[in-house]
Write a protein that binds this ligand. Structure first.
Ligand SMILES: O=C(O)C(=O)C[C@]1(C(=O)O)C=C[C@@H](O)C=C1
Length: 115
C-alpha cells in the first residue's frame, strides 16, 4: 500500500469545492458528447441504409480526407491538438464503417430471402 492521495478525503474544503465545480462541468460536457455522438450515429445509420439499398461502398475515402482536413482546422482554431482530433474522428468513422458493413450484409441477406 502506498501513502499517495488517490481520493478526496483529506483535501482542504476550498480545494474540494473547486474540484467538485470542475467535475460538475466535466460531467455536463461528457453528457453533451454522448448525446451528440448518439445523434451522429443516428444520421450515419441512415447513410448506411441508403448506401446498402443502392449498393454503394461503405467507406468513402475522399469524403474522409475532406472531413479530416476540416476537423484539423477547427481543432487548431479551438486550440485542441489537431492530431488528437484526427485520431478521434478516425476512431468514430471506423465504427461507422463497421455498422455500414453490417447493414449491407443484412440488406443483401434480406434481398436474397425475398427473391
Ligand atoms: O458520408 C458518408 O459517406 C458516410 O458513410 C459517413 C462517414 C462518417 O462517419 O462521417 C463514414 C464513412 C465514410 O467513409 C465517410 C464518412
Amino acid at each position: 500500500m502506498t501513502t499517495s492521495n488517490t481520493g478526496t478525503g483529506d483535501m482542504q474544503p476550498e480545494v474540494r469545492q473547486e474540484l467538485e465545480r470542475l467535475r460538475d462541468s466535466i460531467d455536463n460536457i461528457d453528457a453533451a458528447v454522448v448525446h451528440l455522438l448518439a445523434e451522429r450515429f443516428k444520421a450515419t445509420q441512415q447513410v448506411g441504409r441508403l448506401k446498402a439499398v443502392h449498393q454503394l461502398p461503405p467507406a468513402d475515402p475522399g469524403r474522409e480526407s475532406r472531413q479530416i482536413e476540416r476537423l484539423r482546422r477547427l481543432a487548431e482554431n479551438a486550440k485542441l491538438d489537431p492530431a488528437f482530433a484526427e485520431k478521434f474522428l478516425n476512431f468514430i468513422i471506423a465504427e461507422v464503417i463497421r455498422h455500414h458493413e453490417r447493414i449491407a450484409e443484412d440488406t443483401a441477406n434480406a434481398q436474397s430471402v425475398d427473391g
